[in-house]
Design a protein around this ligand. Structure first.
Ligand code: FAD
Length: 306
């Protein structure tokens, strides 16, 4: 058995594993894909102390850093069940069970996609999911935000300060964002809001996004909007389905955590995008991974030796 088993190999999991290994405890990391969302990221400009890097490059140095320590790295394995039987047990889809005195869950999240033609093709070439990350790339240009919930309207307000103008497309006939955000957005002259708009296609010139097509759901008419960027803000889904019923999750499915990353199950800690942490960023996930790992270490030194 491990002293600390980390589930997830993104920035949160990598940080948790390094912090644990540096305490000299038996550490393992199990992940479906090492690197997580960072593997899908093109340019990264907000990883503090590094002016510019790219996802796969950052993942390679994360892996190199983890491998510098005695950490058991198990990849291409998906956790399917968590349970406490004296120690913590994690079942894998392959049928194996890993045992550990403490666990850090860092299974991350995934952006909900529109699933329309062109979205995948132009991902990272104008189709973006993170305004904090990619907003500045569209300085002075026209962009669209898909989704009129809190994240969509927040993104529009944020982007409006950087870009030329923002067109928000909401599928429903009302905006689901908080009233104060809607009022703020409506007060900004370079934000236009279109409701009952079903985005049907991302358009591009083969290299980059040039616009999108949407159907007006009230009239059935199709319209084109010329934009250089499309921010898809229709939800971030935590990878926590396998924990339902065993851990306290928020209404969005995020793992509820305390200040040390502790969850509702003793000995189980969590970090990063899969948790209730309010902001989902690489640097925040790394800090959270370190916190959860130190929280777990704190737990281990107080726990009676089995
Ligand atoms: P993740 O990176 O999601 O990693 C989750 C890990 O858990 C992976 O290893 C995955 O394989 C594994 N996993 C999931 N489920 C299971 C399971 N059941 N069993 C075993 N393993 C499992 N942030 C920035 O700060 N700057 C940026 O420029 C930036 N750009 C982004 C661009 C894109 C396209 C995307 C999608 C995100 C971007 N982000 C950016 C956000 C950033 O990538 C995330 O906040 C960060 O990766 C979260 O780290 P994490 O470790 O919590 O989760």
């Amino acid at each position: 058995p491990y002293d600390l088993l980390v589930v997830g190999g993104g920035p949160a999991g990598a940080a948790a594993a390094i912090y644990a290994a540096r305490k000299g405890i038996r550490t393992g990391i199990v992940a479906e894909r090492f690197g997580g969302q960072v593997m899908d990221t093109v340019g990264i400009e907000n990883f503090i102390s590094t002016k510019y890097t790219e996802g796969p490059k950052l993942v390679a140095s994360l892996e190199e850093h983890v491998r510098d320590y005695e950490v058991d790295i198990i990849t291409e394995q998906k956790a399917s069940k968590l349970r406490r039987e004296g120690q913590v047990e994690v079942d894998l889809e392959s049928g194996a069970t890993l045992k550990s005195r403490a666990v850090v869950l860092a299974t991350g999240a995934r952006w909900r996609q529109m699933n329309v033609p062109g979205e995948k093709e132009y991902s990272g070439k104008g189709v973006a999911y993170c305004p904090h990350c990619d907003g500045p790339l569209f300085k002075g240009k026209s962009v669209a935000v898909i989704g009129g919930g809190n994240s969509g309207i927040e993104a529009a307000i944020d982007l409006a300060g950087i870009v030329k103008d923002v067109t928000v497309l909401e599928f429903g006939d009302t905006l689901r964002a908080d009233d104060v955000l809607v009022r703020k957005a409506k007060s900004m002259p370079n934000i236009r809001i279109i409701k009952e708009a079903a985005t049907t296609q991302v358009n591009g010139d083969g290299e980059r996004v040039t616009g999108l097509t949407y159907t007006d759901r009230a009239t059935g008419e199709s319209h084109d909007v010329d934009v250089a960027g499309i921010f898809v803000q229709i939800g971030l889904v935590p990878n926590s389905e396998w924990l339902k019923g065993d851990l306290d999750l928020s209404k969005f499915g995020e793992i509820e955590i305390g200040a040390k990353g502790e969850t509702s199950m003793p000995g189980v800690f969590a970090a990063g995008d899969v948790t209730t942490v309010p902001f989902k960023q690489i640097i925040i996930a790394m800090g959270a991974g370190a916190t959860a790992s130190l929280g777990a270490f704190d737990y281990l030194i107080r726990e009676s030796v089995p």
